[in-house]
Design a protein around this ligand. Sequence first.
Ligand code: SF4
Ligand code: SF4
Length: 494
Amino acid sequence: MAAQSKPLERPRGLFDVLQLPLIGRVLRWRWGRLVLQIPLAIIALLLVIDGFTGPQTASRNLATVTPWIHYRGLVVIALLLAGNLFCMGCPFTIPRTLAKRFSLPGRRFPRFLRNKWLAIGGLFTLFLLYEWLDLWASPLLTAWVIVFYFVASFVLEVVFTESAFCKYVCPLGTFNFIYSTASPTQIAVKNHNICQTCVGKECVNGSYSPTPVIRLDQIAGGAPIEVHYGPDGTPGCGTLLFAPQIKSNLDCTMCLDCVRACPYQNVGLMVRTPGHELIQPDAWPKRWDVSFLVIILAFMGLSNAFGMVPPVYEVERWLAETFNIGSELIVLFIIFAVANLLLPVGITLLAASLARIFTNTTRKFSLRDSVAAFAPAFVPIGLGIWIAHYGFHFLTGALTIIPVFQEFLGMAGDWQRFGAITTDMNIIGLVQGGALFGGLLWSLVIAQRTSLRLYRRDGMLGLIPWALVLIGLALVAVWIFGLPMEMRGSTLFN
Ligand code: SF4
Ligand code: SF4
């Protein structure tokens, strides 16, 4: 334990949030996460109560107003300005922590599911059900979704030793993982030399464990040896990230367990250049599932917004009449399958193929590696699209939470006074335009740097197909957000 007395070196240019006087102390504290989780758990409980027992009008019920207006609006702001704060305070992990106590040793999530295909399927299903069941309009169904979330995270944690729900299943967490790659904070170790001589690797194994939870040579696969949580122990990283090797926010819930478990206080929450990892060639695994998840999520931003503008009804009617389809679910499934799967996959493969042909690198780079190299460029434009969408609902409905809560408490809601932050379409348009234009510019810079790195003097040729895709995404977004959009969950709509 000699390294414990060794002074910690702070990497140049990085600032550790956990060294801040009050915030840092609370976050490092053993129960620090609960400080965020308990208020959010109470809010979740109130939503469930109001969803089951309150008025079934979307704009007058906490169960619909809070998740569909506030959660979504605040989550994109937090991701952009701070990091994955909502996973950090996620109330669904409270029963999960409890479930750890009953977890059977030695069982890991099935190997064939240890990828992001399930997460893509989860997001696809959530957005499909959101439109088909009009989740945004149903307090009761939204309350059931919240209950389902608690049950699913609990069951998966009981059955599997790792945090399978967070890492492989949760659609909300998946969204946060992807867009936290643009955030200005990241978990990192302060001194790599300490890690080299560290015996217990508690950041991933957990502290006070007689034997490791996951042996390091088995992180990529295989079964863990044994699970032990002593009465005072701190669990290691639930998503099996090894602090000294972390280069990305992907899969990091910002739970800070690694910070608390490290006996050398060698892990910090570092401020970095926003999106720093998006221009690092080896920050992400070169896998189809990871690349397509990022690209598909940007396209999902468009299809989700498209579901709220008038032309979607024309498309639905045309499909139903042309193919004689009587089921709305099937019509929506076709629209979402085309917009969220076929289009992004087809366009991506075409862009990658063209870039390789233009630069004469078909033998040098595989299709998979080419797609993986440009996938990070889809993060800023995707985030811009989601900010334009969620920002619209937030700006036009955020203050309705006050009269809704007044009515929840049995008082008269002051609807005259509290409603939109602004209904000035110029301001809303400015926010949306800024998010889209900023996102596009950022994406183009990443794509250009990637192209120059891969194709050198042919870099501008290789950039053309990818730049066209990114510009195309932004133009479609401008078209959609220029159309009248349903003000869901707001009294302006109901
Ligand atoms: S970060 Fe992990 S490997 Fe490094 S000193 Fe801490 S526990 Fe050991
Ligand atoms: S324990 Fe894992 S998920 Fe939690 S903050 Fe550390 S690296 Fe991120």
